[in-house]
Ligand binder design. Structure first.
Ligand code: RRO
Length: 324
């Protein structure tokens, strides 16, 4: 088996015989993953719901639905609305609260995923730190994802996700409260996402994930009814992939921090395109509703695709895009 050398540009396989099995492992800062495929928060429940479909350890990481300090009922119905190439949601963070997760869910969940990432949202910057402190050192928790970007809370995703100074304070509070790797999940509903990523990095976030959903809405003109109970919600799915791609590329070239891409992944080419544009790992979200075992399918195809293209590792694709 000859080692793969030379160009790592996307799309074209270098000359020579490819390896039989590619090494899929990647590092997201201090978080090492067996493969770059992660579930996107909110699309795989608290993890255990996916077990009828696949062994959780097949994913590089399982990311749980956002947890808050107190239980929340969520937003008025309808909470979901299909659009031609995307899904609008206004779920509103329903969950039974962090204590329920720690006491009732985590004991069962711990050790089932290769890596478990717990997604949290506070109502104040300090509360993010409080939640992080509660999870620090718990067996089975490998990293935190800070949801500073949910579009479906009162007042929208302000003020956490849009102001770099607030993001700096929030991540600093979390950093003081935990030694766990911290991933900050960014909102696309900003004019300069790289400035927000830079603030997260300066406060010692280990990585950023992007993008959360884009603000959108739909209406039925015949009935005059909006598609969502809250009128405005978050758009996900293939429709947002080119926007997410642009943001992944911008952040990865301007800010020296690992990027996890999120937005409209349905195929292994989507995964590799994001990695080519600079992502170290990729989260899969909306596709879960159509293909619940999408993650193991993509992992299997990723190995075959890389090997077929003569690539020895997934890592060598990261940031290999040629800038004209
Ligand atoms: O629960 C939601 O409505 C929700 C969340 Br927490 C989020 O981060 N992104 C989204 O589109 N919906």
């Amino acid at each position: 088996m000859s080692p793969v050398t030379g160009t790592t540009a996307c799309g074209s396989a270098p000359a020579g015989k490819g390896p039989e099995a590619a090494d899929l492992s990647v590092d997201v800062g201090p978080l090492s993953l067996t493969n770059p495929l992660m579930t996107a928060s909110g699309t795989a429940g608290l993890g255990l719901e996916m077990e009828p479909f696949y062994d959780l350890s097949a994913a590089g990481a399982i990311v749980v639905k956002t947890l808050t300090k107190r239980p929340r009922h969520g937003n008025p119905m309808p909470r979901l609305c299909e659009t031609p190439s995307g899904l609008l949601n206004s779920i509103g963070l329903p969950n039974k609260g962090i204590h329920h997760f720690i006491d009732e869910v985590l004991p069962d969940l711990a050790g089932r995923a290769a890596r478990l990432v717990v997604n949290i949202a506070g109502t104040t910057t300090r509360e993010f730190g409080e939640l992080a402190g509660m999870l620090d050192g718990l067996p089975g928790v490998d990293a935190l994802e800070l949801n500073i970007s949910c579009p479906n809370v009162e007042g929208g995703d302000l003020p956490f996700g849009r102001d770099p100074d607030v993001v700096y304070r929030l991540v600093s509070d979390v950093r003081e409260a935990t030694a766990l790797p911290v991933i900050t999940k960014l909102s696309p509903n900003v004019s300069d996402i790289a400035a927000v990523a830079q603030a997260a990095k300066q406060a010692d976030s280990d990585a950023v994930s992007l993008i959360n959903t884009l603000l959108g809405m739909s209406v039925d003109w015949r009935t005059g009814r909006p598609g969502l109970g809250t009128v405005v919600g978050g758009l996900s799915g293939p429709a947002i992939k080119p926007i997410a791609m642009r943001m992944v590329w911008e952040v990865s070239r301007k800010v020296d921090i690992p990027v996890i891409a999120i937005g409209g992944v349905t195929t292994v080419d989507d995964v590799l395109e994001y990695m080519c544009a600079g992502a170290s790992a990729v989260q899969v979200g909306t596709t879960h509703y159509k293909t619940p075992d999408i993650i193991p399918r993509l992992v299997a195809e990723l190995g075959a695709q890389l090997a077929g293209a003569g690539r020895a590792t997934a890592r060598e694709v990261i940031g290999s895009m040629r800038t004209p």
